[in-house]
Design a protein around this ligand. Sequence first.
Ligand SMILES: [Zn+2]
Length: 314
Amino acid sequence: MNRVALITHQACVAHDPGPGHPECPDRLRAVLAGLEHPDFVSLLREQAPEATEVQLQLVHPPAYVEALLSLHPEHGELRALDPDTIVGPGSVAAARRAAGGAIAAVDAIMEGWADTAFAAVRPPGHHAEAAQAMGFCLFSSVAIAARHARTRWGLQRVAVVDFDVHHGNGTQHILEQDPGFLYISSHQYPCYPGTGTALETGAAHNVLNLPLNPGDGSTAFRAAWEHQGLPALRDFAPDILIVSAGFDAHKADPLAQLRLETEDFGWITDQLMAASGGRMVSVLEGGYDLAALAASAALHVRRLIAGQLTCEKK
Ligand SMILES: [Zn+2]
């Protein structure tokens, strides 16, 4: 059984983009409620810290960080950074905790008190570009954690795997110039945000996109990972794997048209743990059907607890 850190913060619940927005506070409430079962009593529960300005600047230009941190909407006020990305009074603090939670997940395993970690945070991060909020995302939490793994811990080979149904344009664009990073994403294509074809291989040939057709389900998803994604991950031999864990490829999700079953998220978790080289952490991205999200995230964490981390590099 693995020691699993669960890193979250109530500030991430307080981010409210307004009535009817799919990226709603109930998402995180549902995930955390699903982890209240006695099976999860062993989780090492930690508060997500706020990412510092220096940490945010691992990815984002200082002017962008300053602009976001200086946003202080009044009670009840909402500001749209793009048509989908809405900031209320608690949003920037939540985004800082989300990035800080991703960083803390990396630290948990590098400090040695956990074998793996799940950062249950929101807003998501993988659509945020270096200097542009988009797609519900303010800070590129996973890319920040990837850079942190290098600067704080000296890890040379950092892999990011993204199984959210949407392509992680921001993560890809931030990491694709540097061969010390590998980015692999499976996602529906065409779909938001419009990027993520197989022809995008990164400036350093360190990007592997696995586009899936609307309507594809378990068979196509598993085949893409078995035949392409997992072999590429194993060949890269990462010092650490950071997973962008979005659960919106579930068949019940209202924002896209892939048809994964809950069990597929257990399967991919097991496969990634086995291919990780021994160090893997996971950060919540999307997932917009509350019941499917809660069940899928719970199964993901169940497998983090029970699954087999390979340990060549430990
Ligand atoms: Zn998504």
